[in-house]
Design a protein around this ligand. Structure first.
Ligand SMILES: *[C@@H]1O[C@H](CO)[C@@H](O)[C@H](O)[C@H]1NC(C)=O
Length: 182
């Protein structure tokens, strides 16, 4: 009896361990690429990316820009040396102009960019004068290429340029239907 019980618990234990191993190798829980969310929104009555600075973003990580309000915004990868002007090349990206009509239920547009390298990424909103008003953000800024320096280039820019059409990333929309249970 006791031996049977011991065998049983050993089997039980080993299947439990096996299950545990399955969990830790599950792509969702052990995925090494991180998701970094930046909201394109209005903060303190001004158009803004929140947060507007991220460090330690690794190649393979995903930058997700969520357009969470009714005011239209866009995200453009900027040329670090020209305020409010798009970067040109294979690591450029542009979301197009996005907004949501319903801030509770969505659909909430989001634009994902897979980070390719460790170079600093500067972004701006190309809608209206948002870029000149400081709607910019820096990902992996360096001592030589800072958010402050990029911001002053943008606030002094004469115009903000939108690339021709969305490119360089993945545009998705998520609908958040909230059901009242009482
Ligand atoms: C949009 O993002 C801002 C900044 O993170 C946040 O304060 C606000 O609650 C968000 N709004 C919605 C509807 O999620």
């Amino acid at each position: 009896m006791q031996l049977k019980a011991a065998i049983f618990s050993t089997l039980f234990l080993s299947s439990y361990v096996a299950a545990d191993v399955t969990v830790t190798t599950n792509p969702v829980t052990s995925y090494r690429h991180k998701l970094h969310i930046i909201q394109a929104t209005i903060a303190n009555h001004k158009p803004a990316f929140v947060p507007n600075s991220l460090t330690n973003v690794d190649p393979g990580d995903i930058l997700r820009f969520v357009f969470n309000g009714t005011v239209p915004h866009s995200v453009v990868r900027g040329d670090p040396s020209n305020g409010c002007q798009p970067l040109v090349g294979s690591t450029a990206f542009y979301s197009g102009t996005q907004s949501t009509k319903d801030m509770v239920n969505g659909p909430m547009p989001m634009f994902d960019f897979v980070v390719k390298d460790r170079n600093p990424i500067f972004v701006y909103c190309s809608v209206g004068k948002h870029c000149q008003e400081g709607m910019v953000a820096a990902i992996n800024p360096t001592n030589d290429q800072t958010l402050d320096a990029y911001t002053s280039k943008c606030t002094g820019a004469s115009s903000a340029v939108s690339p021709k059409g969305p490119n360089g990333g993945f545009l998705n929309k998520i609908t958040l239907k909230v059901t009242k249970t009482s």
